[in-house]
Ligand binder design. Structure first.
Ligand code: HEC
Length: 211
């Protein structure tokens, strides 16, 4: 402590304090942040709609999805297409995002079932073949207990979320809702296409897929 430091003239229980003001650069940086926050708030939250980072994010996400969909064109909700996309990890991820966004509230985050049935077991009420999943998603079931998504989701989203739902089958998430409906035949075997070629060579040739 140099001797030119000045004591303030108050004392708390005998404790005294030097008069050391904050450096000017510090004070003005602080004032600057306060002013910035007001301008920021006015620009992003009170300004023209669509400026907030959430809205920007949504716009960019929609744009990316649109570009991606351009790449695959308009999918058909058929067995063959759903089967094909069950084997494509990166597209399945989009199906997963659709599921987590729109379906998890009723079917559980991992498909384990809540209001809606468990989608991770071998039992189904409305599904026997892959394309039935897309049909149920599109049209709904049980007088709207399962809502229709046909006019709320892009057909590609319906195909991709169907592929994702199909991929949940047999994962038997623990603590899931008990089975509803009937056991159904296995999905066609082409799902194994992302397994090593040699293991499939024995008795399941892809050309056998009947239709
Ligand atoms: C509001 C709740 C709700 C939402 C949201 C919902 N579902 Fe459902 N879902 C149900 C109910 C309830 C049923 C069972 C209908 C019945 O009992 O016949 C069902 C049935 C199904 C079935 C048929 C299951 C079977 O056993 O045959 C599939 C597949 C399905 N939903 C997929 C989805 C997908 C994919 C989404 C998201 C796009 C979704 N659901 C969103 C409530 C919902």
């Amino acid at each position: 402590m140099s001797s030119d430091e000045v004591l303030t003239n108050h004392s708390y229980d005998g404790i005294q304090e030097y008069d050391n003001p904050l450096p000017g650069w510090w004070k003005w940086t602080f004032v600057g942040t306060a002013v910035f926050s007001v301008l920021y708030f006015m620009y992003y939250h009170l300004g023209a709609p669509g400026r907030s980072i959430y809205e920007q994010y949504d716009r960019e996400l929609a744009e990316v999805t649109r570009l991606q969909f351009q790449e695959i064109g308009e999918l058909q909700p058929t067995e063959a297409t759903i089967l094909e996309y069950m084997g494509k990890e990166n597209w399945l991820k989009i199906g997963e995002v659709v599921f987590k966004t729109h379906c998890a509230s009723c079917h559980g985050r991992h498909g384990e079932g809540k209001v809606g049935p468990n989608l991770t077991d071998e039992f189904y009420k409305h599904v026997r073949k892959l394309e039935d999943i897309a049909r149920v998603v599109q049209d709904g079931a049980n007088a709207g207990a399962m809502p229709a998504w046909g006019n709320r989701l892009h057909v590609n989203e319906i195909v991709l979320v169907s592929a994702y739902v199909a991929s949940l089958r047999g994962t038997n998430v623990s603590g899931g809702k008990s089975a509803e409906g009937n056991p159904i035949p296995a999905w066609p075997s082409a799902v194994a296409s992302h397994e090593p070629q040699t293991s499939a060579a024995e008795d399941t040739s892809p050309s056998e897929t009947s239709d």
